[in-house]
Design a protein. Sequence first.
Length: 77
Amino acid sequence: MNIDQIASEALRLDPKDRALLAETIWESLEDSYAVGLDISDEDAVKLATQRDAEIESGKEIPITHKELMDRLRRDED
């Protein structure tokens, strides 16, 4: 089964079951994907401000969610 088939099946679940599935999948991710929980609010705001400035200046080009998912799916193959 591929990611599109799994997503299609998962979306047929009721909201409570989808939330439980999402939580289970999220918790199964390796630490390398974990969100840095030890970052202070002040540092998080600084990082967000820096990222925003990079996008506004054109130094970094944002991508859409669809583009991200397409890239991730290509990397799976």
